[in-house]
Design a binder for this molecule. Structure first.
Ligand code: ATP
Ligand code: MG
Length: 419
């Protein structure tokens, strides 16, 4: 290979042997979302940088160090590859006035981009399915979002996920909490890392989100927001818990769950696995009641989540839930001019009936063509030579059983392939 022609670090190719697993996942997700009445929305992968800075928050990991931002030199626009989907979704909803009249249940899927250190389960281009319910006060919709996740895990055959839920209260409770947090962390300034020190006075909640092992014990002992929680948020959180319990969904309350983005309030949640090492969150979300208004829309409450497709596929692998790749029904080998014409016709005829058929291209002896048929993973080889042309038949040879080959009338071929 020419030196230098390589994919960008942390950005993966999905090769033909792996792609069926993605397709199975995508099809399952599509069926699942239809069951709950969520509709697909598609937005560009590039937006004005400002959209993400304003929604995700200036003092967050994503905006401070993970965004692929660049100047479009043709018109000097400051643009970014999307690091997540909520901001774009909210932008589109406002821009097209989708909340006029009724709330919206929406979803999107696609690549997201974050300049992180690549490792297992953490990539620079990764893929998410995001689900957003806009215009709903909750907590019933918060519960719906969580309950539907639990159905998806069943549909995918994933077991052993743990659900953590928490609450961030309203703006006022967070202001009070912020003060208490600053006071607490100020006592440990010498133990805070550089990021935490920098964020102490701008965004102390972010310190709770730190993955630095050296800081975990101070974070463990930090004050909890629950003590500052406003009455409405408390009721919201309790009702959510009640619905989840009534519906048989197990959860743990994690009062230190803050999520890495600024727009969340009240409910936050994460689905966590122990099977993927450090990259343990497979799905995460929460409520973002202020975002629509903050982005210039008419005030509307909202709640949503996003799941990481690579991590879920890895988890399906861990749970032994890999699907078989689809294989051709038949591989047609043919020799001689007339036979080749007849082979083209037979192939198209079978495809008309919905069969998956590979027609040998490139000529060669029957023997070499049969080798290709064997490696194609097709169920049958269809062999066409001058004899078969004469009788309007084909020779059908099973490739995965020891059964004898048979002669089949071409008109009966489709029904024979179907069994
Ligand atoms: P983490 O704590 O692992 O960094 P996050 O809180 O940054 O995750 P979110 O922004 O909530 O992640 O995105 C939702 C989901 O997307 C995550 O739960 C995870 O499954 C997936 N995800 C996030 N970042 C990556 C990445 N760099 N590579 C692969 N998947 C990712
Ligand atoms: Mg992250």
């Amino acid at each position: 290979m020419t030196k230098g022609v390589k994919a960008i670090r942390g950005m993966n190719d999905v090769l033909p042997d792996e792609v069926h697993q993605w397709q199975f996942f995508e099809q399952t997700v599509q069926d699942w979302l239809a069951m709950y009445g969520y509709r697909n929305i598609r937005t560009p992968v590039i937006e004005y940088t400002d959209l993400f800075v304003r929604s995700i928050g200036e003092v967050t990991d994503i905006v401070e160090k993970e965004m692929y931002s660049f100047i479009d030199h043709l018109n000097n626009d400051n643009l970014s590859l999307r690091p997540e989907g909520t901001a774009s979704c909210v932008r589109a909803v406002i821009e097209h006035n989708l909340l006029y009249g009724s709330p919206q249940r929406l979803y999107y899927t696609g690549p997201m981009f974050r300049h992180e250190r690549p490792q297992k389960g953490r990539y620079r281009q990764f893929h998410q399915v995001g689900v957003e319910a806009l215009g709903f006060e909750g907590p019933d919709i918060d519960a719906e979002l969580i309950i539907m996740c639990s159905r998806l895990w069943k549909m995918l055959g994933i077991t052993g996920l743990r659900l953590e839920i928490g609450t961030l209260g309203n703006m006022e409770s967070r202001v009070l909490y912020r003060k208490r947090l600053i006071k607490y962390f100020e006592e440990y300034v010498d133990q805070l890392d550089e990021d935490a020190n920098r964020r102490l006075h701008t965004n102390p909640l972010r310190i709770l989100d730190s993955k630095n092992p050296a800081m975990q014990s101070i974070i463990e002992r930090a004050p909890k927001l629950i003590d500052d929680l406003d009455e409405t948020s408390r009721l919201h959180f309790e009702t959510l818990q009640r619905i989840l319990s009534d519906q048989g969904i197990q959860f743990e309350i994690n009062l230190r769950l803050v999520r890495g983005l600024d727009y969340y309030n009240r409910t936050v949640f994460e689905w966590i696995t122990d099977k993927l090492g450090a990259q343990s969150a497979v799905c995460a979300g929460g409520r973002y009641d202020g975002l629509v208004e903050q982005m210039g829309g008419r005030p509307a409450p909202a709640c949503g989540f996003a799941m990481g497709i690579e991590r879920l596929l890895a988890l399906m692998h861990e749970c032994d839930k890999m699907t078989e790749p689809p294989t051709p029904d038949a591989y047609i080998v043919h020799h001689g001019d007339q036979a080749t014409d007849y082979a083209w016709e037979t192939a198209e005829l079978l495809r008309n009936s919905g069969h998956r058929v590979v027609l040998h291209c490139g000529g060669g002896s029957f023997k070499s063509q049969m080798k290709k048929a064997n490696t194609s993973r097709a169920r049958y080889a269809i062999i066409i030579g001058s004899d078969e042309v004469m009788t309007q038949e084909v020779t059908l040879k099973p490739l995965r059983t020891a059964d004898e080959q048979t002669r089949v009338d071409v008109r009966a071929l489709s029904s024979v392939l179907r069994v």
